[in-house]
Design a binder for this molecule. Structure first.
Ligand code: SF4
Length: 482
């Protein structure tokens, strides 16, 4: 008998991508195989994100298409996983009879069993040739809705199931205890729950034994790691130091950090540990104290800047990445101008900029959404252009320098390979067998673009090939700041 085939589409953040890997790991252990395309799958799963309206809209549209397909394929299993499953469970159960599974992020540990049950039930329905609307009575069971159970972190991860051989995510904590007014994550993912250091070291070691050399630690507020593990002295700084001991690990990154938890012990670890990647994703969200207060971010612009200065004083080779929301309720032209000035002052290497959209169930959704869409769009474009100019200046400062690149695979441009530096900067260079995926290679930068640089691979006898030019990178970081 051929193995059942699944197709899983993942939306949203890195945490969702890792959750999807864990789901795939469970399904493959149970004998499922990945389908080459969604059309060939008998189990179609969507791992969803509720953080932005746009991501939700794409899921609703996909579910609409799957409704049509299910009319002719009653045995098809359709599953909605993740944050939308948690947030819109009632609607999915009552209004979407073609959806068989609704599984929240805290119940991924049992996903293989849940999918099995749905397949068996749908097979009975298909055999009975009953219309879909009566399937619950035929099957003797309703839609399989699971929002409590084993979380993905309870799965002893099959480290062999991952998209990249040399890179892996490692979830160190789930949930978030922060009160940011615009964010649905604390509702959909619950309170912070950290994993024990020994457990994480074990998983990291197994990943490295299987060929991983770069690990990115994941948490919604990753630098708050361990504060729920009372009395265990578990902090992100201690975790970094423990993981740093794994001999075959070469790069160790962590996302996403909150400015309030960038303390001296973490700064010291970041400065001292050479394997820690030289970038910090530290979302600021706004450069206006009035807006930050409305957002309940818990810091001021001045505090953010002090934290950044402390980091750069200890470790000047770090680059900063950020997120911003434009058009938050009540954001004035002066507030927005302050954000533009803030971006120029810090000189972020890259920023993600989002137009505010109210998320039902958040405090901000109760406020008047009073910045017109056209103005949100204008602010979005202005801030993106501001960031692009800074990024281009920093990238230009690298031209002529040599950077170490972890090769990730084929570039979107034919005939090129892509990889990332220790600053997470995207580098393209001419494809060659001398730079296999997963290798670390020296590349001399020849051209700067806004979002990446282009370079040429150096040979083993090239004098410049021996070392990554940290001094050049430090010099580049200072470029483009106001
Ligand atoms: S820190 Fe704020 S924005 Fe980030 S996940 Fe928690 S509540 Fe959401």
């Amino acid at each position: 008998m051929t193995a059942p085939r699944y197709h899983l589409t993942s939306y949203g953040c890195q945490m969702n991508k890792l959750d999807s890997e864990l789901v795939e790991s469970k399904l493959r252990q149970r004998g499922y195989q990945a389908a080459a395309s969604e059309a060939e799958a008998s189990v179609v799963l969507v791992n969803t994100c509720s953080v932005r309206q746009h991501a939700e809209d794409r899921v609703w549209s996909k579910l609409g298409r799957l409704r049509l397909r299910k009319r002719s394929e009653p045995g098809l299993v359709v599953g909605v996983l993740g944050c939308m499953a948690q947030e819109h469970k009632r609607y999915l159960l009552s209004r979407m009879p073609h959806v068989d599974l609704v599984v929240g992020p805290s119940a991924f540990g049992d996903i293989d069993v849940t999918v099995d049950r749905a397949r068996e039930r749908n097979a009975r329905i298909a055999a009975a040739r009953e219309p879909a609307r009566t399937r619950h009575e035929v099957a003797g069971a309703g839609v399989l809705a699971v929002d409590r159970g084993q979380s993905g972190d309870t799965i002893r991860r099959d480290v062999r199931v991952r998209p990249h051989r040399s890179q892996a995510f490692l979830s160190v904590m789930r949930g978030c205890n922060m009160p940011c007014t615009y964010c649905i994550v604390p509702t959909t993912r619950g309170d912070e729950v950290s994993r024990e250091i020994a457990d994480l070291v074990d998983e990291a070691q197994r990943l490295c034994d299987d060929g991983v050399t770069e690990i990115t630690l994941l948490g919604q507020t990753v630098n708050a790691y361990g504060r729920d593990l009372t009395g265990r002295n578990a902090t992100l700084a201690r975790l970094l130091r423990a993981l740093h001991e794994i001999p075959s690990l070469r790069r160790l990154a962590f996302i996403t950090s909150h400015p309030n938890f960038l303390g001296p012990d973490l700064v010291a670890a970041m400065a001292e540990l050479p394997k820690v990647a030289r970038y910090l994703h530290l979302p600021a969200q706004s450069g206006s104290n009035a807006v930050l207060k409305q957002m309940r971010r818990g810091y001021t612009v001045e505090r953010y800047l002090t934290r950044v200065e402390q980091l750069l004083a200890a470790a000047p080779d770090y680059e900063l990445h950020s997120d911003f929301i434009v058009g938050y309720p009540g954001e004035t032209a002066a507030d927005f101008a302050a954000t533009v000035a803030f971006v120029q002052r810090v000189g972020f290497a890259q920023s993600y900029v989002f137009k505010y959209s109210p998320r039902p169930g958040t405090r901000a959704a109760e406020l008047p959404d009073d910045v017109p869409d056209a103005e949100k769009e204008r602010r979005n474009q202005v801030l993106l252009a501001t960031q692009a100019a800074i990024s281009l200046t920093q990238n230009r400062a690298l031209v002529g320098r040599t950077v170490e690149v972890l090769v990730e695979g084929a570039s979107k441009v034919a005939g090129r390979l892509s990889g990332r530096t220790v600053h997470h900067r995207l580098v393209h260079f001419a494809a060659t067998d001398a730079a296999p995926v997963g290798s670390y290679v020296p590349v001399r930068v020849t051209e700067a673009l806004q979002h990446c640089v282009v370079g040429e691979l150096l040979g083993p006898n090239d004098a410049e090939a021996s070392a990554y030019d940290a001094a050049a990178a430090t010099q580049a970081i200072g470029q483009g700041r106001a």
